[in-house]
Design a protein around this ligand. Structure first.
Ligand code: URA
Length: 435
């Protein structure tokens, strides 16, 4: 049995280097047992450490690199953050199989691949949750008179603190802050990012904890002196696991092959509109026209949506319009591409892109156009005919107005269309009224 040792829970560079050696020596996955050193445990690093701009991760052997798709390497970046102790074994098994079973590349139903995708999804979900829900508690900092320290407590399931700390540093560059979690902690002093050991659960000050309790929890991790002078540190490991702009999101969805739809579509079609829009409207998936033009809701359903938005006095350019699924799924009939609804697995695979979009746009409220969007946004199936016109709430507190998909109106008998359109407009009016 070979027992490679990784230097920490999220040691992707170490994993790549070890995997490279193992592959070069033809060591099959069943003869490998992965171990991680708890980097910040007492014996190794009781002190906080600066985050270094990471060395470039070790390359795979050339032959393997040619076989392993880039999408798998990106998947690894996220899966290593999962809490499952078997994640490195799973990734090495997949790597081995990608090298020895090329058909795996095109088998979206493979059990190992599905497990890795699900793990990545769980990590991404938690990353979104942490970005959306983390709240800083301002505490007067007696070691820097007149200054405020912003402290936050979070208990993630996965190893996401290190990967997300740079995101918080970019988001709040002008604040001095620290995030305390039972696994790892991070602090930013406006210049430098540091990682520290985990905080003790019994030190959790709670949302209404006194300033003293917050400071005590902070000092137990980072020590009494709060601001050692040091050069500026930059990027941290795992930075690429997050998406920070709509442009990055577009590049990522263009490459996405987490489900089979992307392979056949012309391009990914992401949402468009304003950041911080009052409303973000979410449909099902791009249609034929959208797929060809690369913009959402530009075909017949889009024209109907535009008319309805006009009717309530909200021009399309002040909202954000998107879809639950970013690629067009269709069936070829002769030369015609006929819309095919995405299945649940495909919607689930795309969900993290939609959540990235929501995190970037930060709309005041959401509108689910149809059942697929409602299910994706709420995480559960609902009956649109029963719930239409109602506001439901997501776990992150964002409100979702439920209504029909405009395509459903296009399918009505001509005699019923006017009535159907009025009811759709009435639903959307509720969205406007609530803003
Ligand atoms: N239907 C959708 O759900 N989205 C589009 O972008 C177009 C049609």
């Amino acid at each position: 049995m070979t027992m490679p040792r990784l230097s920490g829970e999220t040691d992707l560079a170490g994993f790549r280097q070890e995997a490279r050696q193992l592959l070069a020596h033809q060591v099959p996955p069943e003869e490998v047992q992965w171990e991680t050193v708890h980097t910040l445990s007492d014996d190794l690093l009781a002190q906080p450490v600066d985050v270094q701009a990471g060395e470039k991760a070790h390359e795979l052997p050339r032959a393997a690199a040619a076989i392993v798709p880039a999408s798998f390497l990106r998947l690894c970046e996220v899966v290593v953050l999962h809490h499952d102790a078997q994640r490195f074994a799973l990734l090495y098994r997949l790597l081995w199989r990608l090298v020895h079973e090329p058909a795996l590349r095109t088998d979206p139903l493979d059990a190992d691949m599905q497990q890795a995708q699900q793990m990545a999804q769980s990590v991404r979900r938690e990353m979104h949750k942490m970005k959306a829900l983390l709240r800083f508690h301002p505490v007067p900092d007696d070691s820097h008179p007149g200054e405020v320290l912003h402290l936050a407590w979070f208990e993630p399931t996965h190893h996401i603190v290190e990967a997300l700390a740079p995101w918080f540093a970019r988001r709040y560059p002008a604040l001095r802050w620290a995030i305390l979690t039972p696994q790892r902690s991070a602090r930013w002093d406006r210049e430098r990012l540091q990682l520290g050991p985990g905080a003790r659960r019994e030190d959790d000050p709670g949302p209404r904890g006194s300033d003293e309790r917050w400071l005590k929890a902070y000092r137990r991790v980072f020590g009494p002196e709060a601001n050692p002078a040091a050069p500026v540190e930059t990027a941290a490991a795992g930075q690429e696991a997050g998406i920070d702009s709509l442009e990055q999101l577009k590049a990522a969805t263009m490459r996405c092959r987490e489900c089979p739809i992307g392979e056949h579509a012309t391009q990914s079609v992401n949402g468009e509109g304003r950041l911080k829009a009052p409303l973000m409207l979410v449909g099902e998936q791009p249609g034929n026209q959208e797929d060809l033009q690369g913009h959402p809701f530009v075909g017949p359903a889009g024209r109907l949506l535009d008319r309805a938005l006009e009717a309530i006095g909200i021009p399309r350019d002040i909202v954000f319009v998107s879809n639950a699924v970013k690629h067009f799924k269709f069936e070829l009939r002769g030369k015609r591409r006929i819309h095919k609804s995405p299945n649940q697995r495909e919607v689930a695979a795309c969900l993290h892109w939609l959540e990235d979009e929501i995190a970037l746009v930060r709309p005041t409220a959401l509108v689910a156009l149809g059942a697929t969007a409602a299910r994706a946004l709420l995480g559960r199936a609902i009956s649109v005919t029963v719930e239409r016109g109602k506001w439901l709430e997501r776990a992150d507190g964002l409100k979702v107005l439920i209504t029909l998909h405009p395509s459903a109106l296009l399918r009505l008998l001509p005699a019923d269309r006017e009535e159907g359109f009025k009811a759709f407009v009435a639903d959307l009016r509720k969205a406007k009224a609530a803003l």
